[in-house]
Design a protein around this ligand. Structure first.
Ligand code: XIL
Length: 366
């Protein structure tokens, strides 16, 4: 009797699970595809890690994105080896996936102060390299990496985050690149990349570019580079925004400013945190909830973003979300470790949120 009851319960629970799963899978299959929706305007991409390219995530990735960026595995701390041969195994899994499914691949990133091993800037004895030696290393590293990915990567973020956030300084002066070479490392990086692969598109990539001061610094820097014929194809506006301070007007001004310089624009790392950027702490133990009001507010802000992007579609070639779902978003650990965030249009089960629908609807208005 007890046995029968137990197996009836098991059967009941598993059929419930089956129904739930089925509803989830069906919902996934029935919603519009992001890349199909926006294809007439720009590419839709996503940042991924190789271990996420599994059976569970693959249908979601293929349904919504046509372009990939390596979230970490193509950065210098992942690829650089002092013997100059490069550590390519994880990134090559991404490459194989992109090739198998015909996806585009953005290269991210070559010259950066962050996620670059300290040893990149020193000799074997641990002494800091001088300018010439660092340029030689830059060239050797770029050659190794750009040659390796040549047949699959269509663009590179050549220099990432060289600008200072606040204050008078234009450049991030504490970067080892700046300390050793001064601002001329930027021109050198673009020239070197172009010499290695004249066909690949070269981008400058940064965050905070909606801030008028930082935008002005970016424009000044880019003008100077363009005046020296630096082979820059475009600018990546990272787009790590939040629902409290995002301004569609500032986004428009930033796109205008870069487009007026004749540069292509890409949104390279889009997410929309629900936390205030001024609050870099945990939420003081208070029970914080992602309410349906906050989700609705986030959807409004995502719609504002895409309304601007669609209006400027002729100047924007690609829009990349920084993560496939809230489950895998770096915002859960940045700026505060272990503070859940809800920054993407898909929830922790990869189900569409209100923001997903508002993004898709923003297209139908054009
Ligand atoms: C982030 C990744 O998402 C994290 O997993 C990693 O721990 C740190 O870097 N600007 C960039 C990206 O250009 O490379 C960063 O990615 C986010 C900020």
């Amino acid at each position: 009797m007890l046995k029968k009851l137990a197996s009836a319960i098991v059967l009941w629970v598993s059929s419930l699970l089956f129904l739930a799963m089925d509803a989830h899978t069906q919902e996934q299959a029935n919603i519009p595809s992001l890349w199909e929706t926006f294809t007439p305007m720009f590419d839709i991409g996503v940042a991924v890690e190789p271990h996420l390219l599994n059976d569970e995530n693959t249908p979601h990735i293929l349904r919504h994105y046509r372009s990939l960026t390596a979230e970490n595995c193509m950065k210098p701390n992942a690829l650089y080896r002092p013997d100059g041969r490069g550590h390519f195994e994880p990134a090559d899994r991404l490459v194989a996936f992109a090739k198998e499914h015909g996806l585009r691949l953005r290269g991210h990133t070559l010259v950066w102060h962050n996620q670059t091993p300290a040893g990149f800037f020193t000799d074997e004895a641990g002494n800091q390299l001088d300018k010439d030696a660092l340029y030689a290393r830059m060239e050797a590293y770029m050659t190794c990496v750009m040659e390796h990915f040549r047949d699959v990567v269509y663009c590179w973020d050549v220099v990432n985050e060289a600008l200072a956030d606040g204050g008078e300084e234009t450049y991030r002066v504490e970067s080892p690149w700046y300390k050793i070479c001064g601002k001329e490392f930027l021109l050198r990086a673009f020239q070197t990349a172009h010499r290695i692969d004249p066909d690949v598109r070269l981008y400058y990539n940064d965050y905070g570019l909606l801030n008028p001061d930082k935008r002005a610094k970016a424009v000044a820097m880019l003008k100077e580079l363009l005046a020296t014929d630096a082979p820059i194809f475009g600018v990546g506006i990272q787009g790590h925004w939040d629902i409290h301070t995002f301004s569609p007007q500032e986004l428009q001004k930033t796109i205008d400013a870069f487009a007026e310089l004749g540069l292509d624009v890409q949104i390279t790392e889009l997410d929309m945190s629900v936390h205030h950027p001024g609050n870099r702490e945990a939420l003081d133990g208070e029970k914080w909830e992602y309410t349906s009001e906050i989700e609705a507010r986030q959807a409004e802000v995502y719609a504002q973003v895409f309304e601007v992007l669609c209006r400027n579609a002729d100047r924007i070639s690609s829009v990349t979300f920084w993560g496939i779902s809230d489950q895998y978003s770096w915002r859960n650990d940045f700026p505060k470790k272990n503070r859940p965030d809800y920054a993407l249009p898909f929830d922790r089960n990869s189900s569409p949120k209100k923001g997903f629908y508002s993004i898709v609807e923003s297209f139908s208005e054009f």
